[in-house]
Design a protein around this ligand. Structure first.
Ligand code: ZN
Length: 392
């Protein structure tokens, strides 16, 4: 009985304490809201009424009347930048940076935002300079990542390698292996253009050392060996692709055919690639084999190859080739015009199909890219036709 009595006394005390706490919070809130300019509430009201332009004007007024609202300045700055008003964003962040009462962390934040304003405005030198001033502190890692983006935009591959290596040293949880290997491939490509073959060999070896699964380096090494007259070596290198990642066989096939031709073993080459096609069906490989078989063994053998591969995996390209051939063979009349119509429609549809789709941002392209032109991520394209269907 004594125990229950304690509870009866405790309940009103707890309620009383809660009431006092609520009143205290309410008073704090009211006093804080009284200190905010009325334009702040006007801005909120415009936002709620879906009038963003009027809301921005009201918030700009708040930022002028109450300079201590730092977060509001940052919010406005990034809003201007997103709307493409980079000059306005730059002015706002430069004004913030010129203030002497700014705390060190807010100063670093303003500099980081200014760097992004310059980046958005295409002023890469000024963006790099702003990010480079952020050596230490909360924004240093993000600033270095932005510098890495700038070097890639400027195609400064060696500088990009240095920054990526620094970032890896700072944070072992993030790997830049894939990117660093790609940067070495870019350097190899540039060296090849200026015919500096020893640098090509060195860069490709480094790329494969950094990332042994980098298919681009293997393909480039195949090209390099072919250009040096080492077809046997090129074939040995390129034949690794089937074991490593067979979806890239289509990209290797042309080079392999070239090597077999240089060695005078083209029939063997066609037989090897034909067997690979049936193990790993691919439109690109089928197309290359069709053309080569037609030249070597004639149209009938090439069409037989298509029929055989279509039984395994249906392909629009294969169907187009068959229809084209039958419409040419046909003796005329309605049947021939029907075949020609079907052939034209399938041909149109095949042309409309986007060939490659970025797995990160969904950007569609008819060309294969190692770096997506839209999101700038590396190796996001699969060298395989997408299953997206085009509408007539
Ligand atoms: Zn992308």
């Amino acid at each position: 009985m004594e125990f229950e009595g304690w509870w009866l006394l405790a309940i009103p005390i707890i309620f009383g304490m809660g009431w006092v706490a609520a009143r205290f919070d309410l008073r704090t809130l009211l006093s804080e809201s009284r200190s905010l300019p009325s334009s702040y509430f006007r801005g909120l009201n415009f936002l709620l009424n879906e009038q963003p332009d009027k809301a921005i004007d009201a918030f700009i007024e708040v930022a002028k009347l109450a300079p201590e609202t730092i977060e509001l300045h940052f919010a406005l700055g990034s809003l201007f930048r997103r709307r493409g008003e980079t000059e306005r964003a730059i002015r706002l962040h430069q004004n913030l940076l010129s203030r002497e009462d700014l705390l060190p962390n807010d100063q670093a934040h303003a500099l980081f935002e200014l760097g992004h304003d310059f980046l958005k405005a295409g002023l890469l030198d000024r963006a790099e300079e702003a990010f480079s001033r952020l050596h230490i502190g909360n924004f240093s890692k993000a600033a270095q990542q932005s510098v890495l983006t700038i070097y890639q935009m400027e195609k400064e591959w060696q500088k990009a390698i240095d920054v990526a290596q620094q970032l890896t040293k700072q944070d072992f949880s993030i790997s830049y292996r894939k990117e660093i290997a790609q940067f070495h491939c870019e350097l190899a490509q540039e060296a090849r253009q200026r015919k500096d073959m020893s640098t090509v060999a060195h860069e490709l070896a480094t790329a494969l050392q950094v990332n042994p699964t980098n298919i681009r380096a293997i393909l480039q090494q195949g090209d390099f060996l072919l250009s040096m007259g080492d077809a046997e070596g090129a074939l040995r290198t390129l034949s690794h692709i089937e074991q490593q990642n067979p979806i890239y066989l289509g990209l290797a096939a042309k080079r392999m055919i070239q090597a077999y031709e240089a060695l005078g073993r083209i029939s063997e080459g066609i037989a090897v690639l034909r067997a690979a096609l049936f193990r790993h069906p691919s439109d690109d490989l089928l197309e290359i084999l069709y053309e080569k078989t037609k030249v070597l063994y004639g149209e009938a053998a090439a069409l037989a190859l298509i029929r055989e591969s279509m039984q395994l995996v249906p392909s629009e390209k294969g169907m187009m080739k068959l229809l084209e051939s039958h419409s040419l063979e046909s003796t005329g009349g309605e049947f021939q015009s029907d075949l020609q119509l079907m052939s034209q429609l399938v041909c149109q549809r095949t042309k409309l199909l986007p060939r490659y789709v970025c797995s990160y941002c969904g950007f569609r392209a008819r060309l294969f890219y190692w770096q997506c032109p839209s999101c700038n991520f590396w190796e996001t394209y699969t060298p395989r036709r997408s299953s997206i269907t085009a509408s007539f």
